[in-house]
Design a protein around this ligand. Structure first.
Ligand SMILES: Cc1cc2nc3c(=O)[nH]c(=O)nc-3n(C[C@H](O)[C@H](O)[C@H](O)COP(=O)(O)OP(=O)(O)OC[C@H]3O[C@@H](n4cnc5c(N)ncnc54)[C@H](O)[C@@H]3O)c2cc1C
Length: 386
């Protein structure tokens, strides 16, 4: 079978790896002329690590990042709300969350895809069914014929417009900033993901190397704040001025021009992820808000599931139906949970936030336990057709 993947992000690259392991070679067509190191850090949770281990890549991911021993949530003043040791998850899944530079993850995935199979500067524009197969057209006036096409072209997917023309982005009413600081954390915060929750704001940080810290910050877009992109550090310092001092230090140690700002969107769960021999996966199928650090992980899970189905079913449309049926319930559940956390951390009233923190400190241990079961535990064998 001759297949085409649109997009060389986490979803496209990991799908090409998964298919190659099944003996199915595909070509990836990517709009960018160059695959630059993008983003700041990324958390690769245990469910994604299980799949990467199956691809033989888990050790490499670990060697480039840092395994996380605990998630600690506190108020912006440092009062503890919850601590979830990774043993909660680890006992069930064998893996810990790994935090690393996003560019390193991209590098590892890229290294494992045949170079001649990646075509840069090919912006997908249209697909049509013809007697010879799918005719795929690109903005550079090139065309390709394929037996199936996988749309892994991200949040603003053009392939999605073909599969589900009525789908729309949903605004999470949240602004997010990310960066990598050149700083060493004190021993007490090393090997843990720390989140500080304020009134309509949140600041998270995690070490990704001996003297590198990935951080992210969010603010409700309804909150009054003034942000100047060319003075990002000053603006953030002001916004997080009531937070414990380590936040200031982390912002100060970040190259200002590398601070990334963006509004948070997801897509409402789609009814259909495929149309005949064209399927969506990763953010193209189910972009979620980043509140659980699971969007890329779900894309990696997708890669495993789609390869299993394409190996097992010779008709791509049947494989795609089976793929959607195998994945949709889980993905919708993660999407809903992620959306809810975003809304809760968007609360702006100090009174409500204080009550939220108190309740959470009581229920967090139970939540962490049950969450470990369904969220982080991706059992490869259950998704296999063999
Ligand atoms: C602030 C933030 C923090 C996050 N943190 C985490 C985290 O810690 N852990 C985690 O698992 N996930 C995280 N995520 C989610 C994660 O980044 C995404 O889910 C993941 O990148 C999706 O991968 P993808 O390959 O589906 O899409 P993308 O990464 O968007 O890749 C799509 C690719 O398709 C290409 N493309 C687009 N249009 C076309 C076209 N027409 N033709 C050809 N190519 C095209 C693009 O250039 C791109 O290379 C975070 C997201 C955000 C916004």
């Amino acid at each position: 079978m001759n297949g085409i993947i649109i997009g060389a992000g986490i979803a496209g690259l990991s799908t090409a790896i998964a298919l190659k392991l099944k003996g199915i070679e595909v070509d990836i067509y990517e709009a960018s002329a160059e695959l630059k190191v993008v983003g700041a850090g990324i958390l690769v949770p245990p469910n994604a690590m299980a799949v990467l281990a199956h691809y033989g890549l888990a050790d490499e991911v670990k060697s480039y990042g840092k395994e996380i021993d605990a998630l600690r949530v506190s108020s912006f003043r440092g009062e503890p709300i919850s601590i979830t040791p990774s043993t909660f998850v680890n006992n069930r899944t064998q893996f810990k969350t790994v935090a690393l530079h996003r560019g390193k993850l991209q590098e590892i995935l890229l290294r494992n895809v045949s170079e001649e199979r990646i075509h840069l500067g090919y912006q997908y524009s249209r697909v049509e069914s013809t007697n010879e197969g799918l005719q795929v057209s690109f903005a550079n006036n090139q065309q390709r014929i394929a037996d199936f096409m996988i749309g892994a072209d991200g949040l603003r997917s053009k392939v999605r417009q073909f599969v589900m023309p009525d789908s729309a982005l949903r605004n999470g009413q949240q602004v997010c900033w990310r960066g990598v600081a050149n700083i060493q954390l004190p021993e007490s915060s090393n090997a843990q993901l720390t989140e500080l929750w304020g009134d309509g704001t949140r600041f998270g940080f995690v070490p990704i190397g001996p003297d590198q810290v990935y951080w992210y910050a969010t603010a409700s877009s309804k909150r009054n704040y003034y942000f100047e992109s060319d003075r990002a550090a000053d603006s953030l310092r002001k916004l997080f001025s009531s937070y414990i001092t380590c936040v200031d230090n982390i912002i100060d140690s970040t190259p200002q021009d590398l601070i990334i700002e963006g509004n948070m969107y997801d897509i409402k769960p789609l009814k259909h992820w495929f149309s005949n021999r064209v399927v969506l996966l990763g953010d193209a199928a189910h972009a979620i808000t980043p509140n659980l650090g699971q969007g890329g992980a779900l894309a990696i899970e997708d890669s495993y599931a789609i390869a299993e189905k394409l190996e097992h079913f010779s008709d791509p449309a049947t494989a795609f139906l089976e793929f959607q049926q195998a994945r949709q319930t889980r993905v919708d559940r993660v999407s809903k949970a992620s959306w809810k956390i975003g809304q809760i951390t968007n609360w702006r009233s100090p009174l409500l936030c204080s009550a939220r923190n108190q309740i959470l400190s009581k229920v967090a241990p139970m939540m962490a336990n049950s969450q470990s079961d369904w969220l982080y535990n991706f059992e490869i064998s259950k998704h296999s057709n063999n």
